[in-house]
Structures are given as structure tokens and as C-alpha cells.
Design a protein around this ligand. Structure first.
Ligand code: NAD
Ligand code: TYD
Length: 333
């Protein structure tokens, strides 16, 4: 693959994918296409070789601009999305516009330009919640919040383009991802940066909801593996293999930042809060992928990164974020 279009490449996972692709494939040029919403940030691409990537600001729902960026690309990898569950609960229109309409536009342009492969980055949340066992790719989708419903929508359009027009679409369903450059609305960077500032950590409900933590570089390696070796029309789970209750995650963050449990603020539960996500990774392991960052190493190096890179998150937390934080948490913390 000589030229890859990475949509949403200025976000958290997309920017890691760009960095890793440039490092692992010296012959590849990457075109990053990103609308730069509140979550997009060109600082995330500061370590990506400027000679080997180009940037186009644009919306995936804008077919004309997107087609110009897609021209001559061998593959498209879509990370562009509205990605935060709590924001989707406040209002779903942006989620439908980008995650469903935007993805439909992207698929239509890829079909017109006969792109050789399209990968849609999706999420384990499309299966919904389960108290026991782990979802396999053949299990039915049962999204339970507006974010996961919109991601399931984008997947269904991907599969429809494969079935109807033969567009070679592959899908990945990754679990909760963590690492450097994650927008501090998500639980891990929110709690780490609040702890650094000695501010409360708003823990939802009883704190016993379970998430399966996946280090960002392992997630990107899984996406790369599916991009190159996945079967068109198929979806692949990308699990972290590190299921933790939120309270365990919270305690670990407090330990690593040298704070005590008096910072924990139990707050009202998220409405419709999915209890546990869990996915089976056998299908992707059969293609040769496995996560290789143990939870303890990943979480400690990630916390250290936020401690050492205040220049990155302080401006974010003082901008649009303040207003969002107030709306979401009020004076609870
Ligand atoms: P993010 O919110 O950090 O980044 C999203 C990026 O998409 C931003 O750069 C934003 O500017 C861009 N974008 C948004 N709307 C756009 C539009 N209409 N056109 C072009 N660009 C647009 O998200 P993330 O955490 O990096 O997630 C990336 C992808 O991975 C998403 O599709 C998400 O659903 C999926 N995912 C995330 C996780 C996770 O834990 N973060 C887990 C599994 C899957
Ligand atoms: P989040 O990072 O929003 O990811 P997702 O909802 O996509 O899994 O939340 C991870 C878990 O942390 C989830 O169970 C909700 C919980 N959580 C809190 O307890 N407090 C918070 O302030 C946030 C943002 C999340």
C-alpha cells in the first residue's frame, strides 16, 4: 500500500495509526483527512514525519473534498467519528451525521474511485453489554446507547456496500483504548489529569462497570493486521484482554499519581450505563495478531505521559472542555 487515506487521523487512535504506519512502512505516504472537531488536534501528529504525510482539513460527509483527498489512494482507514457516549446521550444528531451519513459518503466515494480496501474502525460497544462470557463476531449487534447505535449503523452500511456493490470493506471492533493524546473527556485521561490537579474523580454509579482495556499501539496493530490480511465483508474483534472494574482503574490511577481515595466522588450513574463489555479475540489471533502491552506497563507509562506532557492537555482542558465539563458534571466534583 503506497498511499493510504486516514480519515479522523488527527484524533487519539487515528494519529497513533498514522505514526505507526509511517514508522513500520517506509514506502507508504499517508493522507490525513480530518474535520478538526473539538476532538481533533494537529499537535497529535507532531511526531509524524512531515515529508511522508499530508493533511487535508475536511468533513467525511463532504463528498467532493473527500474524493479529492482519496484520489490515488490504495486504501482508506476510517477513524472519523463522534466518539463519546456521554455527549451522545446529550444529543445524537452529530453522531448520526458523522457516524452514519459521513460513513455512507465515504463508502460511496471509495466505490466511485474503486479503492482497493476500506477499513471501518468500529467498537466492541456495538454488541451491547453482557454480565458473562465474551461476544464473538457472529453474535447479533445490540447497541444500547446513541453512540454505539450510530457505530452499528456505520458498520451496517459498510456490510451493505460489500454485499450490494462488492466494495472490499473490513471492520474492526476494538475495546476501550488508552494511551497518550486521548482527549480528556474519556475516563482514563480525565481521571489522571484531575488527579494531577488534585480535583475530584467523578465515578459513575457503584464503580463496578467493567471495561476491557487495550493499549493504543496494540489497537493500531490489530487494525493494520485486518487492513492487510482480513477477509472483505468480515468484522474482527480487537480485545485488550485486560478487564477491570472502574473502581480498580480509579485506585490504580490514584496510586500512580500519588493521591488518595478522598479524591473519589461517587456521582449519579450514566443513564443506560452498559455494565460490562467483553469480546473474544480468537478470529484476529488466527491472523497473527495479539496485544503485547501488559496492563500494568501500559497504564503506568500512560500516566507518566500525562504527567510529562501538560503542554498538550492543559490548553484543551481550559477551552471548549470547560463548558462541556460543567454541563456534564455540574458542581459534582
Ligand atoms: P477521537 O474523538 O479522539 O477522534 C475522532 C477524530 O475524528 C477527531 O480528530 C475529529 O476531528 C475527527 N472527526 C470527527 N468528525 C469528523 C468528520 N465529520 N469528518 C472528518 N473528521 C471528523 O476518537 P478516537 O478515540 O480516536 O476513536 C477513533 C475511532 O475509533 C472512532 O471511530 C471510535 O468510534 C473508534 N473506537 C474508539 C475506542 C476508544 O476507546 N477511544 C474504542 C474502540 C473504537
Ligand atoms: P468512557 O471513557 O466514557 O468510555 P465508554 O463509555 O466508551 O466505555 O467510560 C469508561 C467507563 O468509565 C464507563 O463505564 C463509564 C465510566 N466513567 C466514569 O465512571 N466517570 C466518568 O467521568 C467517565 C467519563 C466515565
Amino acid at each position: 500500500m503506497k498511499r493510504i487515506l486516514v480519515t479522523g487521523g488527527a484524533g487519539f487512535i487515528g494519529s497513533a495509526f498514522v505514526r505507526n504506519t509511517l514508522r513500520n512502512y517506509p514506502e507508504t505516504h499517508v493522507v490525513v483527512y480530518d474535520k478538526l472537531t473539538y476532538a481533533g488536534n494537529l499537535n497529535n501528529l507532531r511526531d509524524a514525519d512531515p515529508a511522508r504525510h499530508s493533511f487535508v482539513q475536511g468533513d467525511i460527509a463532504d463528498g467532493e473534498t473527500l474524493a479529492a483527498a482519496m484520489a490515488a489512494c490504495d486504501a482508506v482507514v476510517n477513524f472519523a467519528a463522534e466518539s463519546h457516549v456521554d455527549r451522545s446521550i446529550m444529543g445524537a444528531s452529530d453522531f448520526i451525521r458523522t457516524n452514519v451519513e459521513g460513513v455512507n459518503t465515504l463508502l460511496a466515494q471509495a466505490l466511485k474511485l474503486k479503492v482497493g480496501r476500506v477499513l471501518l474502525v468500529s467498537t466492541d460497544e456495538v454488541y451491547g453489554s453482557t454480565e458473562e462470557g465474551s461476544f464473538k463476531e457472529s453474535d447479533p449487534l445490540h447497541p444500547r446507547n446513541p453512540y454505539s447505535a450510530s457505530k452499528a449503523g456505520s458498520e451496517l452500511f459498510g456490510t451493505a456496500y460489500f454485499e450490494t456493490y462488492g466494495l472490499p470493506v473490513v471492520i474492526t471492533r476494538g475495546s476501550n483504548t488508552y494511551g497518550p493524546y486521548q482527549y480528556p473527556e474519556k475516563v482514563l485521561p480525565l481521571f489522571v489529569t484531575n488527579a494531577i490537579d488534585n480535583e475530584g474523580l467523578p465515578l459513575y454509579g457503584d464503580g463496578r462497570n467493567v471495561r476491557d482495556w487495550l493499549y493504543v499501539d496494540d489497537h493500531c496493530a490489530g487494525i493494520d493486521c485486518v487492513l492487510r490480511h482480513g477477509t472483505p465483508g468480515e468484522a474482527y474483534n480487537v480485545p485488550g484482554g485486560s478487564e477491570r472494574q472502574n473502581i480498580e482503574l480509579t485506585r490504580r490511577i490514584l496510586e500512580l499519581t500519588g493521591r488518595d481515595e478522598t479524591l473519589i466522588r461517587p456521582v449519579a450513574d450514566r443513564v443506560g450505563h452498559d455494565r460490562r463489555y467483553s469480546i473474544d479475540g480468537a478470529k484476529l489471533r488466527a491472523l497473527g495478531w495479539a496485544p503485547n502491552t501488559p496492563w500494568d506497563d501500559g497504564v503506568s507509562s500512560t500516566v507518566r505521559w500525562y504527567q510529562e506532557n501538560e503542554w498538550w492537555w492543559r490548553p484543551i482542558k481550559s477551552g471548549e472542555f470547560r463548558e462541556y465539563y460543567q454541563r456534564q458534571y455540574g458542581s459534582k466534583t
